[in-house]
Write a protein that binds this ligand. Structure first.
Ligand code: PA5
Length: 460
């Protein structure tokens, strides 16, 4: 059984008010939402909770990877991932957490190497395509909708690159992860006979890291992907099995706390990771939170921060800026401590730092974390500590599941749909109109209006 814990001691500081009233509300509202949870689970619209796709994924993933010969003796040493938003942020968080060695000196040139192309950045794409050996590269194109222009544009250029180098064999170097039945990418798979794995129904990008979207790169990089899934299931299974237990679930309590923060005019939510290697979970969480909850004038602005780096950057604002921030504080007592101070007989510690004698580098991180917690308490910043017993794959899976559920439940409490993202679609349509795509007359008219707005230039 996991010993990951939420610590609520600092949660109700500042303007949050009466503790008992809040926790009573948690219990009574859970009674109201449990039937909805049961209904949506039965309808299959919350697959990141009951994970109905798990058995198929566990069977199919090893088969598909074996087909590509993925493994220490396989030919494919590079995975070039094409995707954006939820199709890339989860894989990147996993990569940085569990394969940091790719960024370290002396990393084995024989791989595995994971390259994540998640932007429209001509310089990076050219650099990858100039240097990567096509014969040793697996291109994994990820798009739930199969119609995201940024991803598909990259795919078209990469397809040409592969085809030029490998001729007909190019298809043996592509794996698509997309909707099982529809979309342009699915059509491409059918037409070209590409290998593919599904993004399950109702599993939108930002909720999809624990499907093939994250598990393919995890498998390729040699992570314990089964532990990731098991860690998540340990958190989701009790609720999937018994929706009536909603009120006891930590994700529900987090959601009620997040709603209480908003009701008390805390409009920003810091995600402060004092697990340095998990810094990219901050970007992953912020996309999950922002795209799920920023609707109808509601939601809080998520702010990713990393301890201790951001103590020298954002912390001043957190402590002494506007009192509009709550904080999720991620920590672990299970981090490596590293080297000890004062072991050098030739150069003893300078007097000023003599108190470090015998302490280890990791003790500094822990002490600075405590310092930040104390400073946040002094400033009455409402804060919940997420304490991870370990920082292995199972722990990451548990954290992902907890935060996904907390996000959805917060959306329910706000009365919005946490699973769609209507506002971002409009900008995409305008961009399509700009590129001359057919069927965007209305958007073209809006663009004409935009370009007619008065401007004023100033050289600097
Ligand atoms: O979380 C989301 O739903 C989005 O960020 C998508 O992941 C992103 O827009 C990419 O969409 P798709 O996976 O359809 O290419």
């Amino acid at each position: 059984m996991s010993m990951n814990k939420l610590h609520w001691g600092q949660a109700l500081q500042g303007r949050l008010g009466d503790k008992q009233a809040l926790w009573d509300g948690v219990a009574s509202q859970a009674g109201q939402y449990a039937p909805r949870l049961a209904k949506e689970l039965a309808a299959g619209t919350l697959p990141f909770i009951n994970m109905p796709y798990l058995t198929a994924l566990k069977t199919e993933l090893p088969k598909v990877m074996a087909k590509f010969g993925i493994g220490p003796d396989g030919e494919l040493k590079h995975l070039l991932l094409l995707g954006i938003g939820g199709s890339a942020l989860g894989p990147r968080a996993l990569q940085k957490a569990f394969m940091p060695q790719q960024d370290w000196p002396g990393y084995d040139a024989s791989g595995p190497h994971l390259w994540i192309a998640d932007n429209v950045d001509a310089a990076s794409l050219d650099a990858w395509l100039d240097k990567l050996p096509p014969k040793e590269t697996l291109v994994v194109v990820i798009s739930k909708s199969g119609g995201t222009i940024e991803t598909m544009a990259q795919y078209l250029l990469v397809r040409e690159w592969l085809c030029r180098a490998l001729g007909e064999d190019w298809t043996k170097h592509v794996l698509a992860i997309t909707d099982e039945k529809q979309g342009a990418l699915r059509q491409e798979c059918d037409e070209k006979g590409l290998a593919s794995l599904p993004v399950p129904d109702h599993l939108g990008g930002r909720y999809s890291v624990l499907s093939a979207v994250g598990m393919v790169p995890a498998y390729f990089c040699g992570m314990d992907w089964k532990a990731l899934l098991a860690g998540a299931a340990a958190v989701t299974a009790p609720l999937a099995a018994n929706p009536q237990s909603l009120g006891n679930h930590p994700a529900w309590r987090l959601a009620c706390w997040a709603k209480a923060l908003l009701d008390a005019n805390y409009s920003q939510l810091i995600f402060f990771s004092y697990i340095p290697a998990w810094a990219c979970f901050g970007s992953w969480f912020c996309q999950l939170w922002a795209e799920s909850l920023g609707k109808a004038g509601q939601g809080s602005m998520p702010l990713p921060a990393v301890g201790v780096t951001d103590q020298h950057s954002l912390l001043q604002m957190f402590l002494d800026g506007p009192k509009d921030k709550g904080c999720l504080f991620l920590e672990s007592g299970g981090l490596p401590l590293g080297r000890a101070f004062g072991m050098d007989a030739v150069n003893p510690l300078p007097k000023q730092w003599a108190y470090l004698m015998g302490q280890r580098f990791g003790h500094l991180l822990a002490a600075e974390g405590v310092g930040t917690l104390g400073a946040m308490a002094a400033q009455q910043v409402p804060l919940v500590r997420l304490n991870m017993e370990k920082t292995d794959e199972a722990a990451a899976g548990s954290l992902i599941a907890l935060l996904e559920m907390a996000t959805v439940f917060t959306g329910w409490l706000l009365g919005i749909d946490p699973l769609d993202q209507p506002a971002v679609e409009y900008g995409k349509r305008l961009a399509n109109a700009r590129l001359g795509a057919p069927g965007y007359a209305e958007e073209q008219a809006a663009l004409d209006k935009y370009f007619a707005l008065p401007d004023e230039e100033q050289v600097f």
